[in-house]
Design a protein. Sequence first.
Length: 229
Amino acid sequence: MRRFAVTALVFAIIVSCASPSAQAESRWGRLVKEAGQVLGEIQQMPDQSIPEDLLRSCHAICIFPNTISAGFIFGGKYGQGIIMVRAKDTGNWSPPAVFTMAGGSFGWQIGGQATDFVLLIMNRRSVDGILDGQFKLGADASVAAGPVGRAAEVSTDIQMKGGILSYSRSRGLFAGVKLEGAVITQQWDGNFALYGKSFSARQILLEDMANMPESADSLLKILNKYPKK
């Protein structure tokens, strides 16, 4: 009986010590899964999906699910999301790195309404800018509302020089939206919890230091439907 009590106590201590890390890992793993769910649902809407040519030619993708802030009309909001980068040579996607997006003016968005944001980074210079530190949309790179619909015309100018194309989904409506002034910053705590090491976003996205987490399986499967052009 005493041996059982001691064993139970030791087990409880181990669980207690491990639970904060496990909870954090679960939290960030859920964020990655939510990003995959957002992109999957968007691409299932023929009239409101991201054009396939853009997904094939983008250098990176940013997904910020369920971004919420009260009093958001003519104001800013704060959200957490992930970025994945396509390798220049192979076209393979990197593991996801966690980032935050804060501030900016989003015009018509409804205050307190959960909104999903998707950003396509169309050139390598913008990828490098995001990894160099705080990156302000509209200042450090041009940002434009992206075209929607599988049959949408996508100009060569958008594909080659577009900087960043942005989209939002709120109350089931998916559309291009101009995210002027929003600042994107890497989330060190989230990346540490997701990978168990203090990787920088650059190490995760460009230097092949981290392994692909299982939570990214569905997102990676969707992205692989659109191989590099």
